[in-house]
Design a protein around this ligand. Structure first.
Ligand code: BGC
Length: 255
Protein backbone atom coordinates (compact mmCIF):
# COMPACT_ATOMS: atom_id res chain seq x y z
CA UNK A 1 0.00 0.00 0.00
CA UNK A 2 1.24 3.48 -0.84
CA UNK A 3 1.00 4.96 2.65
CA UNK A 4 2.49 2.01 4.54
CA UNK A 5 4.40 3.19 7.61
CA UNK A 6 3.21 6.79 7.44
CA UNK A 7 1.44 8.63 10.25
CA UNK A 8 -1.36 11.03 9.28
CA UNK A 9 -3.28 13.60 11.32
CA UNK A 10 -6.64 14.63 9.83
CA UNK A 11 -8.46 17.59 11.40
CA UNK A 12 -12.24 17.72 11.48
CA UNK A 13 -12.30 14.03 10.68
CA UNK A 14 -15.52 13.05 12.46
CA UNK A 15 -17.78 13.61 9.45
CA UNK A 16 -17.90 14.44 5.76
CA UNK A 17 -14.75 14.72 3.66
CA UNK A 18 -12.50 14.41 6.74
CA UNK A 19 -14.08 11.10 7.71
CA UNK A 20 -13.59 9.70 4.20
CA UNK A 21 -9.96 10.88 4.18
CA UNK A 22 -9.21 9.24 7.55
CA UNK A 23 -10.67 5.93 6.35
CA UNK A 24 -8.91 6.04 2.96
CA UNK A 25 -5.48 6.94 4.41
CA UNK A 26 -5.82 4.04 6.84
CA UNK A 27 -6.94 1.72 4.02
CA UNK A 28 -3.73 2.63 2.20
CA UNK A 29 -1.61 1.74 5.23
CA UNK A 30 -1.24 4.94 7.29
CA UNK A 31 -1.73 5.15 11.05
CA UNK A 32 -4.33 7.86 11.48
CA UNK A 33 -5.12 10.46 14.14
CA UNK A 34 -8.82 11.33 13.86
CA UNK A 35 -9.20 14.88 15.19
CA UNK A 36 -12.63 16.17 16.15
CA UNK A 37 -14.33 18.88 18.18
CA UNK A 38 -16.99 17.51 20.52
CA UNK A 39 -17.85 14.59 18.23
CA UNK A 40 -16.30 11.85 20.33
CA UNK A 41 -18.90 9.25 19.34
CA UNK A 42 -18.43 9.73 15.59
CA UNK A 43 -14.63 9.88 15.90
CA UNK A 44 -14.49 6.71 18.00
CA UNK A 45 -16.75 5.01 15.44
CA UNK A 46 -14.20 5.80 12.72
CA UNK A 47 -11.35 4.47 14.87
CA UNK A 48 -13.31 1.22 15.40
CA UNK A 49 -14.03 0.95 11.67
CA UNK A 50 -10.33 1.39 10.83
CA UNK A 51 -9.26 -1.10 13.50
CA UNK A 52 -11.81 -3.66 12.34
CA UNK A 53 -10.05 -3.66 8.95
CA UNK A 54 -6.63 -4.19 10.58
CA UNK A 55 -5.58 -0.51 10.57
CA UNK A 56 -4.29 1.73 13.35
CA UNK A 57 -6.04 4.90 14.55
CA UNK A 58 -6.73 7.05 17.59
CA UNK A 59 -9.17 9.90 18.10
CA UNK A 60 -8.09 13.21 19.65
CA UNK A 61 -10.32 16.12 20.53
CA UNK A 62 -8.88 19.60 19.91
CA UNK A 63 -10.13 22.98 18.79
CA UNK A 64 -7.99 23.92 15.77
CA UNK A 65 -8.43 27.63 16.57
CA UNK A 66 -6.67 27.24 19.93
CA UNK A 67 -2.86 27.03 19.82
CA UNK A 68 -2.61 25.32 23.22
CA UNK A 69 -5.01 22.56 22.18
CA UNK A 70 -3.33 22.18 18.77
CA UNK A 71 0.15 21.83 20.30
CA UNK A 72 -1.18 19.34 22.83
CA UNK A 73 -2.82 17.31 20.01
CA UNK A 74 0.43 17.19 18.01
CA UNK A 75 2.36 16.10 21.13
CA UNK A 76 -0.20 13.38 21.86
CA UNK A 77 -0.08 12.16 18.25
CA UNK A 78 3.71 11.99 18.34
CA UNK A 79 3.54 10.30 21.75
CA UNK A 80 1.29 7.62 20.30
CA UNK A 81 2.78 7.02 16.86
CA UNK A 82 6.29 8.57 17.09
CA UNK A 83 5.87 11.30 14.46
CA UNK A 84 3.53 12.91 11.91
CA UNK A 85 4.32 12.50 8.21
CA UNK A 86 1.08 13.87 6.81
CA UNK A 87 -1.15 16.66 8.11
CA UNK A 88 -4.54 17.15 6.47
CA UNK A 89 -6.06 20.52 7.38
CA UNK A 90 -9.64 19.54 6.73
CA UNK A 91 -11.64 21.15 9.58
CA UNK A 92 -13.82 23.88 8.12
CA UNK A 93 -17.13 25.67 8.43
CA UNK A 94 -19.21 27.96 6.25
CA UNK A 95 -21.98 30.39 7.16
CA UNK A 96 -24.25 32.35 4.88
CA UNK A 97 -25.35 35.96 5.28
CA UNK A 98 -25.55 38.73 2.70
CA UNK A 99 -22.47 40.90 3.11
CA UNK A 100 -24.44 43.96 4.27
CA UNK A 101 -25.86 41.94 7.16
CA UNK A 102 -22.91 39.70 7.96
CA UNK A 103 -22.38 39.60 11.74
CA UNK A 104 -18.86 40.33 12.96
CA UNK A 105 -18.92 37.11 15.04
CA UNK A 106 -19.62 35.08 11.90
CA UNK A 107 -16.62 36.63 10.12
CA UNK A 108 -14.36 35.96 13.13
CA UNK A 109 -15.49 32.35 13.57
CA UNK A 110 -15.17 31.36 9.89
CA UNK A 111 -11.74 32.99 9.55
CA UNK A 112 -10.64 31.34 12.81
CA UNK A 113 -11.63 27.80 11.84
CA UNK A 114 -10.90 27.92 8.09
CA UNK A 115 -7.70 30.00 8.04
CA UNK A 116 -6.18 30.36 11.50
CA UNK A 117 -6.75 26.63 12.13
CA UNK A 118 -4.56 25.58 9.17
CA UNK A 119 -1.94 28.14 10.26
CA UNK A 120 -1.76 26.75 13.81
CA UNK A 121 -1.88 23.08 12.82
CA UNK A 122 0.65 23.54 9.99
CA UNK A 123 3.04 25.41 12.26
CA UNK A 124 2.85 22.80 15.03
CA UNK A 125 3.24 19.87 12.62
CA UNK A 126 5.93 21.54 10.48
CA UNK A 127 8.01 22.41 13.55
CA UNK A 128 7.95 18.74 14.48
CA UNK A 129 8.70 17.64 10.88
CA UNK A 130 11.59 20.13 10.58
CA UNK A 131 13.08 18.99 13.89
CA UNK A 132 12.89 15.38 12.83
CA UNK A 133 14.48 16.13 9.45
CA UNK A 134 12.59 13.51 7.44
CA UNK A 135 10.25 15.83 5.52
CA UNK A 136 6.48 15.60 5.38
CA UNK A 137 3.34 16.63 3.56
CA UNK A 138 0.65 19.15 4.45
CA UNK A 139 -2.63 19.05 2.54
CA UNK A 140 -5.21 21.81 2.97
CA UNK A 141 -8.79 21.03 2.08
CA UNK A 142 -9.63 24.31 0.42
CA UNK A 143 -12.47 24.86 -2.07
CA UNK A 144 -13.26 26.00 -5.57
CA UNK A 145 -14.03 29.21 -3.64
CA UNK A 146 -10.35 29.94 -3.13
CA UNK A 147 -10.76 31.12 -6.73
CA UNK A 148 -14.41 31.77 -7.58
CA UNK A 149 -16.88 34.06 -5.77
CA UNK A 150 -19.74 32.69 -3.66
CA UNK A 151 -22.22 35.48 -2.82
CA UNK A 152 -23.35 35.30 0.81
CA UNK A 153 -20.14 33.57 1.84
CA UNK A 154 -17.63 36.45 1.94
CA UNK A 155 -15.83 35.16 5.03
CA UNK A 156 -15.58 31.63 3.61
CA UNK A 157 -14.21 32.96 0.30
CA UNK A 158 -11.73 35.22 2.11
CA UNK A 159 -10.56 32.30 4.26
CA UNK A 160 -10.15 29.97 1.28
CA UNK A 161 -8.44 32.72 -0.73
CA UNK A 162 -6.09 33.15 2.23
CA UNK A 163 -5.49 29.40 2.30
CA UNK A 164 -4.52 29.61 -1.37
CA UNK A 165 -1.69 32.01 -0.54
CA UNK A 166 -0.76 30.23 2.69
CA UNK A 167 -0.13 27.14 0.56
CA UNK A 168 2.00 29.04 -1.95
CA UNK A 169 4.01 30.80 0.73
CA UNK A 170 4.62 27.72 2.87
CA UNK A 171 5.69 25.74 -0.20
CA UNK A 172 8.67 28.10 -0.45
CA UNK A 173 9.36 28.41 3.26
CA UNK A 174 9.13 24.69 3.95
CA UNK A 175 10.76 23.26 0.81
CA UNK A 176 14.23 23.38 2.42
CA UNK A 177 12.85 20.94 5.04
CA UNK A 178 11.43 18.67 2.31
CA UNK A 179 7.92 19.48 3.41
CA UNK A 180 5.42 19.63 0.53
CA UNK A 181 2.21 21.61 0.82
CA UNK A 182 -0.72 21.16 -1.52
CA UNK A 183 -4.28 22.50 -1.57
CA UNK A 184 -7.17 20.31 -2.65
CA UNK A 185 -10.10 22.39 -3.91
CA UNK A 186 -13.36 20.41 -3.88
CA UNK A 187 -16.48 21.64 -5.62
CA UNK A 188 -19.90 20.50 -4.43
CA UNK A 189 -19.47 17.31 -2.42
CA UNK A 190 -22.26 15.46 -0.58
CA UNK A 191 -21.42 16.20 3.07
CA UNK A 192 -23.15 17.72 6.11
CA UNK A 193 -21.70 21.17 5.27
CA UNK A 194 -24.18 21.58 2.41
CA UNK A 195 -27.05 19.55 3.84
CA UNK A 196 -29.51 22.40 3.20
CA UNK A 197 -28.83 22.36 -0.55
CA UNK A 198 -28.82 18.56 -0.72
CA UNK A 199 -32.17 18.28 1.06
CA UNK A 200 -33.92 20.88 -1.11
CA UNK A 201 -34.76 19.19 -4.45
CA UNK A 202 -34.89 22.49 -6.38
CA UNK A 203 -31.60 23.79 -5.00
CA UNK A 204 -30.01 20.39 -5.58
CA UNK A 205 -31.13 20.26 -9.23
CA UNK A 206 -29.93 23.84 -9.83
CA UNK A 207 -26.51 22.94 -8.44
CA UNK A 208 -26.31 19.71 -10.45
CA UNK A 209 -27.09 21.66 -13.61
CA UNK A 210 -23.96 23.78 -12.94
CA UNK A 211 -21.72 20.71 -12.76
CA UNK A 212 -20.54 19.45 -16.18
CA UNK A 213 -20.23 15.86 -14.91
CA UNK A 214 -23.84 16.19 -13.70
CA UNK A 215 -23.59 15.02 -10.11
CA UNK A 216 -22.53 16.13 -6.65
CA UNK A 217 -19.20 14.53 -5.78
CA UNK A 218 -18.65 11.85 -3.15
CA UNK A 219 -16.32 12.36 -0.16
CA UNK A 220 -14.52 9.16 -1.20
CA UNK A 221 -13.55 10.73 -4.54
CA UNK A 222 -11.81 13.57 -2.69
CA UNK A 223 -10.23 11.12 -0.24
CA UNK A 224 -8.55 9.14 -3.06
CA UNK A 225 -6.92 12.33 -4.36
CA UNK A 226 -5.70 13.21 -0.86
CA UNK A 227 -4.22 9.73 -0.43
CA UNK A 228 -2.31 10.11 -3.70
CA UNK A 229 -1.00 13.57 -2.72
CA UNK A 230 0.06 12.23 0.68
CA UNK A 231 2.04 9.42 -0.92
CA UNK A 232 5.60 9.50 -2.22
CA UNK A 233 4.15 9.08 -5.74
CA UNK A 234 3.32 12.81 -5.52
CA UNK A 235 6.90 13.73 -4.53
CA UNK A 236 7.21 16.61 -7.05
CA UNK A 237 3.91 18.34 -6.25
CA UNK A 238 4.03 21.38 -3.95
CA UNK A 239 2.69 24.94 -3.76
CA UNK A 240 -0.35 24.43 -5.94
CA UNK A 241 -4.05 23.68 -5.79
CA UNK A 242 -5.65 20.64 -7.38
CA UNK A 243 -9.35 21.15 -7.99
CA UNK A 244 -11.78 18.23 -7.85
CA UNK A 245 -15.13 19.61 -8.90
CA UNK A 246 -16.67 17.68 -11.80
CA UNK A 247 -15.80 20.63 -14.02
CA UNK A 248 -17.77 23.17 -11.96
CA UNK A 249 -15.11 25.87 -12.20
CA UNK A 250 -15.04 25.68 -15.97
CA UNK A 251 -18.76 26.36 -16.07
CA UNK A 252 -19.29 29.32 -13.81
CA UNK A 253 -17.74 32.58 -12.70
CA UNK A 254 -19.60 32.50 -9.39
CA UNK A 255 -22.30 30.52 -7.60
C1 BGC B 1 -18.95 24.61 -0.31
C2 BGC B 1 -20.29 24.07 -0.74
C3 BGC B 1 -20.60 24.47 -2.16
C4 BGC B 1 -19.42 24.13 -3.06
C5 BGC B 1 -19.65 24.60 -4.49
C6 BGC B 1 -17.89 24.26 -1.30
O1 BGC B 1 -16.69 24.83 -0.90
O2 BGC B 1 -18.61 24.07 0.96
O3 BGC B 1 -21.28 24.54 0.12
O4 BGC B 1 -21.73 23.79 -2.63
O5 BGC B 1 -18.26 24.74 -2.58
O6 BGC B 1 -20.06 25.93 -4.54
Amino acid sequence: MSLDGKVALVTGAATGIGRAIAIELARQGASVVVNHLEQQGEADGIVKEIESKGGKAISLSADVTNSGEVNCMVEQAVGQFGRIDVLVNNAGIEMQHPFLEKPEEEWDRVIAVDLKGPFLCSQAAARMMARRGAGGTIINISSVHEDIPFPGYAAYCAAKGGLRMLCRDLALELAPYHIRIVNVGPGAIATPINRQTLEDPDKRKALEREIPLGYIGKPEEVAKLVAYLASDDASYITGTTIFIDGGLMRNTGSL
